[in-house]
Design a protein around this ligand. Sequence first.
Ligand SMILES: Cc1cc2nc3c(=O)[nH]c(=O)nc-3n(C[C@H](O)[C@H](O)[C@H](O)COP(=O)(O)OP(=O)(O)OC[C@H]3O[C@@H](n4cnc5c(N)ncnc54)[C@H](O)[C@@H]3O)c2cc1C
Length: 339
Amino acid sequence: MMGATKLISPVVGRAAAAYSTYRIGGPMMEAYFPTSILEAETLLKHLKSRLLDGEEMTVLGWGSNTLIASAGIGGICLITRKLAGIQPLENDNCFRFEAGVHLAKVANVALQAGLTGGEFFIGIPGTMGGACRMNAGAMGQESSKIIKRALVFDLVNFDSGWVSAEAFKFSYRFAKMNPRHQLVLAVDCEFQQGDVQAAQARMEANMAFRKEHHPLEPNGGSVFRNPTETNAPSVGKMIDELGGRGAWQCGQAKISEKHGNFIINMGHATSLDVLQVMQKMQTTIAEHYGYRVYPENKFIGLATAEEQTLWHQLHEGDPHSNDDLHHQQHGCPTGTISY
Ligand SMILES: Cc1cc2nc3c(=O)[nH]c(=O)nc-3n(C[C@H](O)[C@H](O)[C@H](O)COP(=O)(O)OP(=O)(O)OC[C@H]3O[C@@H](n4cnc5c(N)ncnc54)[C@H](O)[C@@H]3O)c2cc1C
């Protein structure tokens, strides 16, 4: 070990909207942007007594799956996007990506090394840490297929350790981890030797598809996970058939013209506007199709009582939110949501 690592300073009061692709979110009380794993670990250890005293910790990658409360984020916020180191590992097919590496970079690094399997990341506007938490996927591929293990800092024992992919019990847009206790600092991925030209062509086709079908306005990607029942239509298709695409609107939040499962911020949308559109989508799908769909988007920050009620209703019956709900009931000061 070299000399002691410097303690990074917080950014105070900056609008969180800049760190979410929805461009919604009030001030962050205390935000940190570590630039190395050592810096992040040093910071987290330094914050130990405050966190053990019950202060909030929120982790954010690119904010591309996250709705942030218009009232902002209380407590401590760790934003990983400057954790951008990439290291080839001894096994020729493996790389270590720090949590904040953008997924387009992951796809390109693999391809440039003559490897395939990471091309589905090309159009997903998130980070490696966010992809691990969300088991992000596209083009019939998922993060779980390439993640071997992750370096996780645990806010229970205040240290980092490697967690194997199996322990995350990955399933559709789900990884078993508690974002309030477990922060991903780095991820080891394994790719395959393969037809790089074919992979490049798949990437280009995917980008062209996204250009045509995804909105240009600020949004958070698919707001709901698709129903998992066999032969169930996608959320986008159901909303389309119900006439919601490009039409349903609350305040300044509206379902995109291009995709029925995307909500766009028309300029001045609030977190409540987005949650209200989500509620309309969920209830109308249940009434007409009988499917109960659950949020893929996460909602973090200082939620109003109305927002908290809506968010709980949206998750009612969701088998994947149990850990988070449990944590919230037992660990969060009133008014704060983080899952
Ligand atoms: C236009 C658009 C298209 C999209 N297309 C797709 C798609 O095709 N497939 C897909 O799966 N998703 C898609 N998404 C959603 C999103 O890009 C993915 O879920 C992505 O993996 C989120 O990464 P992020 O870094 O932005 O996570 P964030 O939004 O920052 O965070 C998401 C969750 O992960 C937690 N988190 C973030 N970083 C860490 C970390 N280091 N450790 C622990 N927890 C962490 C956060 O607390 C939060 O709960 C799309 C989004 C947009 C806006």
